[in-house]
Design a protein around this ligand. Structure first.
Ligand SMILES: C[S@@+](CC[C@H](N)C(=O)[O-])C[C@H]1O[C@@H](n2cnc3c(N)ncnc32)[C@H](O)[C@@H]1O
Length: 387
C-alpha cells in the first residue's frame, strides 16, 4: 500500500454523498465547512458559516505584523493600501494601521472576507485573479499569498510568482511592496523583484510558525519608469543572484528586527476602485438546488449513496470486512478526538507502464488494473489517502 498525505484547501463530496448531520455532532466547524462548502446543517434554511475551508490560510503572527508596521511612515494625506489575500484581515489591519490609510482586500473564502470587512477593510470576496484595478494606484501592497501546495500540484511552483505578477502593476511608482513567502520561493520572483523594486531588503521571520515554513519578508519600493530605464544589466543580474541565494543563505539573513533599521515612506494616493470580473460562486451555489436542469443532471451524474443497515448473523472475518470496505459499505465517521475522521472507499483504475528497448525501438506497454483507494479526512483538515 502506498500512502500519501496532502493538505487540502477544498473538498466537495458532491450532492450524492450526503452525510447524516447527526453523525457530525462534535466536529469542529472548520472541518464541516470543508465538507459542505460553507453551508451549515441547521434546521430550516442552509446558512453560510464564518470559517470555511482553509484555502492556504496561514495568517501572519501578530508580532511579525507589528514589526513590519514599524518600517512604514504614512503620509498626512490619504493613501490606499491593498492585501490581495487578506484572510481575516488581522495582519493587514496591523500592518496598514494609520488613520489616513484606506484599506482594501481580496479574499477567496467567504467567511474570512466577512471577518475582514468587520475590521474596516473594503473587501472583494472572490479570486484575486478575477479582480482588476487601475495600474499605479496603491501606496502599499502587502502580499502573503497562499502556499503553493494548497492550490494544485501542477501549479505549485509558481503561485507566489503569479500573485506577484498580477498585483505589482497596481502599485504606484514609489509605493511599497511587502512580500511574505517561504525563502525557497524568492528565486521564482527574483526577475520581477530585481527589475521593478529598489531599496530591497529581505529579513527572515522568527515566530515559530514562520520558522516552520522558512518565511521571509521582502520589502521594496516600486521603481519609476525612468529608474527602470537607467538600470544597468549588471545591476539586475547582481540583484537576481542575490535574491536567488536567499534560500541557501536564509540563516545568514537578519531577523526582522523589533525596531526598524530602515524606514519606507508611503506616497499619498486616492481611493481605488477594484472590479471583480469573476462569477458570483456563492450565489450560484445557493441557486443551483432550485434549478430544474441541475436536478435532472444530478440524477444522472451523481450515484445514489448505498445505505446498508442490519446486523450480521455471525461475526465478520477479515475477508468479509474487506469486501464491505471496497464496496463502500463501511464508509462513515470513526475515531475520537484528533483521530476522528471520515472514511471513504472507492475503486480506481491504475495504469502500470513499462518501457523496453528492442532492435533500437522503444516499446511502451501499459497495463490497466483496478484497485481500491481509501480516503480519510481528519478533523484538522488533513487528508490521507491509501491506495
Ligand atoms: C497565507 S494567507 C494570508 C492571510 C493574511 N493576508 C495574513 O497575512 O495573515 C492566504 C489567504 O489567501 C486566500 N486566498 C487563497 N487563494 C486566493 C485567491 N485566488 N484570491 C484571493 N485570496 C486567496 C486564502 O483564503 C487565505 O486566507
Amino acid at each position: 500500500m502506498r500512502e500519501c498525505v496532502t493538505r487540502v484547501s477544498r473538498f466537495s463530496p458532491g450532492p450524492s454523498s450526503e452525510l447524516n448531520p447527526t453523525l457530525l455532532a462534535g466536529w469542529p466547524l472548520q472541518t464541516l465547512n470543508i465538507l459542505f462548502l460553507g453551508k451549515s446543517y441547521t434546521k430550516g434554511a442552509a446558512m453560510r458559516l464564518p470559517g470555511r475551508a482553509r484555502l492556504g490560510f496561514y495568517p501572519l503572527p501578530p508580532p511579525e505584523a507589528e514589526r513590519i508596521r514599524r518600517f512604514f511612515v504614512f503620509p498626512d494625506k490619504p493613501c490606499s493600501a491593498l492585501d490581495p489575500c487578506v484572510g481575516d484581515g488581522a495582519a493587514f489591519t496591523q500592518i496598514a494601521s494609520d488613520q489616513k490609510v484606506l484599506r482594501y482586500g481580496v479574499e477567496l473564502d467567504a467567511g474570512r472576507a466577512q471577518q475582514s470587512r468587520t475590521k474596516g477593510i473594503e473587501v472583494i470576496h472572490g479570486n484575486c485573479f478575477d479582480v482588476q484595478s487601475p495600474v499605479e494606484s496603491f501606496s502599499l501592497i502587502y502580499l502573503n499569498p497562499p502556499y503553493d501546495f494548497e492550490i494544485s500540484e501542477e501549479k505549485s511552483q509558481r503561485m507566489e510568482k503569479l500573485f506577484l505578477e498580477h498585483v505589482y502593476r497596481w502599485l504606484k511608482p514609489g509605493g511599497i511592496l511587502v512580500l511574505v513567502v517561504p525563502a525557497k520561493r524568492i528565486a521564482d520572483c527574483a526577475v520581477l523583484l530585481s527589475r521593478h523594486l529598489r531599496d530591497t531588503r529581505v529579513y527572515r521571520l522568527t515566530e515559530a510558525e514562520c520558522v516552520r515554513y522558512g518565511q521571509v519578508a521582502v520589502f521594496g519600493v516600486r521603481r519609476t519608469r525612468q529608474e527602470r530605464d537607467r538600470l544597468r544589466d549588471e545591476e539586475i543580474i547582481e540583484a537576481q543572484l542575490w535574491l536567488a541565494s536567499v534560500e541557501r543563505e536564509v540563516q545568514k539573513l537578519s531577523p526582522l528586527p523589533p525596531q526598524p533599521d530602515h524606514l519606507y515612506t508611503a506616497p499619498p494616493s486616492g481611493p481605488v476602485r477594484l472590479v471583480h470580473r469573476g462569477l458570483p460562486l456563492d450565489l450560484i451555489e445557493d441557486l443551483l438546488p432550485k434549478s430544474s436542469a441541475y436536478r435532472q443532471a444530478s440524477a444522472v451524474l451523481f450515484a445514489q449513496q448505498a445505505d446498508v443497515t442490519g446486523r450480521p448473523l455471525t461475526p465478520l472475518h477479515g475477508g468479509h470486512v474487506g469486501l464491505l470496505c471496497t464496496a463502500g459499505m463501511l464508509n462513515g465517521i470513526f475515531g475520537d478526538g484528533e483521530m476522528r475522521h471520515i472514511a471513504h472507499w472507492q475503486s480506481i483504475k491504475l495504469v502500470d507502464r513499462s518501457e523496453e528497448e528492442e532492435d533500437g525501438k522503444t516499446i511502451i506497454r501499459e497495463k490497466e488494473r483496478f484497485s481500491n483507494e481509501l480516503t480519510l479526512v481528519f478533523c484538522a483538515g488533513e487528508i490521507t489517502s491509501l491506495k
